[in-house]
Structures are given as structure tokens and as C-alpha cells.
Ligand binder design. Sequence first.
Ligand code: GLP
Length: 235
Amino acid sequence: MKVIKAANYVDLSKKAAALIAAQIIRDPSSVLGLATGSTPVGVYSELAELCGQGVIDFACVTTVNLDEYCGLPAEHPQSYAQFMRQKLFDHVNIAKSNTHLPDGMAKDAEVECLRYERLIEGLGGIDLQLLGIGRNGHIGFNEPGESFAPGTHQTGLAKDTLDANSRFFGPGEKVPTQAFSMGIGTIMRARSILLIASGSDKTWALDKTINGPVTPQVPASVLQFHRDVTVIYCD
Ligand code: GLP
């Protein structure tokens, strides 16, 4: 694991965007695994800027997102599909048909999870997976538990995650309690991984991820077993 301390959030965003840009320059047909949450917002705006300057070109890039809330249609303001459009896809020259997320409205969860896993396989796997991290050490929506999920699955969200994510929902709006998420196995099959974390509420999770025992109680700790992980963090 390469661990880089950034000076601040802007520096973190620029450094992470530079690594993603390098991946796109090396391979213009890259498959990028993308993340939601507040942490990657700065990375996405840096990428949009680099694209505007002609440094990177998304024309042949394909993206697969980590997760999506169950029960929210892609048009819902709080869906991750909408988040990705607002923060990145609408600002770069990516073909919308090359952007993929689990379908939060899928009727049959099992079929949807299999479809998503096959889609990623069919794309030849993920070249670079961007990850945020939950305060409890979750990645995607792989919450602390008894085992590591091998593939895309439907999962209930931990109380801490519901509390943390409720800030994005209006008063009276219910935070979805279920989501589709790539599994730990899906994430670990990515050829390289870039984890970003900002702020003191992530210190515990980050410490356990980097220095703690590998345990499904801290899902991100499994990244210690991956051969190409870069962590960029700031206070
Ligand atoms: C959500 C997402 C995760 C993300 C986490 C942290 O639960 N499913 O992928 O890493 O939030 O979000 P934030 O960056 O807002 O702290």
C-alpha cells in the first residue's frame, strides 16, 4: 500500500485526479470504477477541468460505479446515478452508454447483481477503482460483518451509514435502507485501487485499514492484500 498525505482537500483532489488522468492517458479505453459520497466531488471537478483543457479524453472511457440505493430511480435527486451525472458525466465527453451503475429499481435483486457482475467481467474488469471510505471502514456498501462478499449483492446499510448519509436527504425524506453494491471480491479484482479519505472522522477507519488486522469487521482492511493500492488522505 502506498500511503500519501495530502496538504488539504484541494491537494488530495488534485493528486487523486492526476493518478486517474495518468490511467486515462496510458489507456484511453480504461474501465474506471467510480465512487460516490462527498469525498470524490473535488476529484470529479478536477477531472472535468483536465478534460476541458484537453489533457484527458473520456471518449473511449467506460465507468462502473460501486453502488446504488435500492428503490431510487435513476432520475431521483439522491440516486447515485444522478450524483454521477451532476458531478462528472455532464461535464466530460463520456458517452452516457459507457456509464454503468446498478439499477436501483431492478425487480429481481439476484438477477440484477448477476447482470452487474457479468457486465464488469465482459468489460475485461476494472483498471482503476476509486474508493471513498465510511467512518466504520465500509467501502462501496460493504458494511462491517462476518464475511467478505465475493460479488455484487443487495445489502442493508449499517446504522452509522444511514446516519452519515441522511445529511444528503431533505427533512422527512427517508434514507433508503438497502443498496446494491459491488462485493469485496469485485473490488479486489480491480487491477489498481485508489482510496481517498478526508477529515478527522475517517482517522479510525483509515488507521484500521492501513495498520489493523484484516477483518470483515473493517471491510477496507482487506485492501492490505491487494498488490496495487494507493491511499491519499488529508486531515
Ligand atoms: C457512502 C458510499 C461510499 C462512500 C461513503 C463515504 O456510503 N456508498 O462509497 O465511500 O459514503 O462518503 P463520504 O465521502 O461522503 O464520507
